[in-house]
Design a protein around this ligand. Structure first.
Ligand SMILES: Nc1ncnc2c1ncn2[C@@H]1O[C@H](COP(=O)(O)OP(=O)(O)OP(=O)(O)O)[C@@H](O)[C@H]1O
Length: 356
């Protein structure tokens, strides 16, 4: 397995790019650890597949270099990069048996038959297809075929990285959960470097130890699930992670005070922002207390979502969401307080840290 260095990578599909808008990837400059499980998460069109294809060698970046364990592989084709890939739709040989499909990548590299057998059996157990081992892949369901594709991605233990491009799209919801957990377990056991593309936050948060959030061709944050939840680096991460997402309210700042509409709140630090920056206050719905004390709100709607309720309200002319437990009392003249430790301040959409 390898450490992956993305050295100032930019990519434009068209010729002669002039501005940032012409780039599908604007600037990616990061180092991903050997053995890390990374999920690339972001909305459609943000550049996830472009970045994955640059790592796999299907695409040459317009600028920058890509290195595996310090070795420049930018000009190497996919076959020479020694990676395994699992795509959205099954890529298998219909006329081969399930067993032979899984054995193929190993036999192709001259692995001895007893070792092939040991590894194929391990994978068959994992993907739960042992009873089908001797059947032709033809005639299996889309679900089962995709499990074979996953198995083929995992069967070799000598690859630099395993790349997954939305591999669970065709898998039914229950099986999705099972396969995701198995992937996570395998990762712990074997320490593969894994890069997993998805636009589904649950999938990213359960699979990865580091989630790479992309937005408009940029990586806006790489963090653990709790870092993304507690300290979103960019307002987009705040909106995108969490359900409902973070409340982002226009705020005027003065030392350690923030004013939203006519209400002034005390912060537990004094954010430093450049003059003229667009400043906003971010607070997750889970960290707003509702009761008879604090700042007045107007409640518009209460949604029951099982163990919790989402209160949709208006605060100083802005829509906000508040998450409370199902047994919480919501007074008619409701008021709110924000937990100061959970407030994030943003200048031009980027978080202004306590350290800054
Ligand atoms: N072959 C191509 N030629 C021109 N533009 C492209 C090409 N492939 C992608 N793009 C553009 O590059 C941008 C990034 O696309 P990309 O497919 O990497 O996004 P994505 O995050 O993977 O989206 P999705 O989740 O829909 O697959 C988009 O604006 C897309 O329209």
């Amino acid at each position: 397995m390898a450490r992956i260095t993305l050295d100032h990578i930019r990519h434009a599909y068209g010729p002669n790019p002039t501005s940032d808008k012409d780039y599908a990837l604007r600037e990616v400059d990061h180092e991903w650890n050997d053995g890390g499980a990374y999920a690339l998460l972001g909305p459609s069109g943000c550049g996830k597949t472009t970045l994955l294809n640059i790592i796999s060698g299907l695409l040459q970046p317009s600028h920058g270099r890509i290195l595996f364990d310090g070795k420049d592989v930018t000009n190497l084709p996919t076959q020479a990069r020694n990676i395994a890939q699992v795509f959205q739709f099954p890529v298998i040989y219909d006329t081969m048996t399930v067993y032979d499909n899984l054995a193929f990548p190993l036999r192709n590299r001259g692995v001895a038959e007893p070792e092939v057998d040991r590894r194929v059996r391990d994978i068959l157990e994992m993907i739960d297809l042992m009873p089908m081992a001797r059947r032709k892949a033809q005639g299996l369901t889309a679900d089962q075929k995709q499990k074979i594709s996953l198995g083929r991605g995992l069967v070799r233990n000598d690859v630099n990285a395993i790349l997954f491009d939305e591999p669970l799209t065709v898998i039914d919801p229950h099986m999705k959960w099972v396969l995701r957990s198995q992937l996570k377990r395998l990762h712990k056991q074997f320490g593969f470097t894994m890069v997993y593309v998805t636009h589904d936050q649950t999938e990213a948060l359960t699979f990865a130890d580091k989630v790479v959030v992309m937005y408009e061709g940029e990586i806006v944050q790489i963090g653990t699930p709790s870092e993304l939840f507690e300290r979103p680096s960019h307002t987009f991460v705040g909106y995108f992670i969490g359900s409902p997402g973070m409340n982002v309210l226009p705020a005027k700042l003065d030392g350690n005070r923030a004013t939203v509409g006519g209400e002034t709140l005390s912060l537990d630090y004094a954010p430093k922002t450049a003059t003229g920056a667009k400043t906003e206050l971010g607070i997750r719905p889970e960290f707003i207390r509702i009761g008879r004390e604090g700042m007045p709100i107007t409640i518009n709607r209460v949604e029951d979502i099982g163990r919790q309720k989402i209160v949709r309200a208006t605060f100083e002319g802005q829509p906000i969401a508040i998450v409370v437990t199902e047994d919480s009392e919501i007074p008619a003249e409701a008021r709110v307080t924000f937990d100061p430790a959970a407030i994030n301040i943003y200048a031009n959409s980027w978080r202004v840290g306590r350290e800054g």
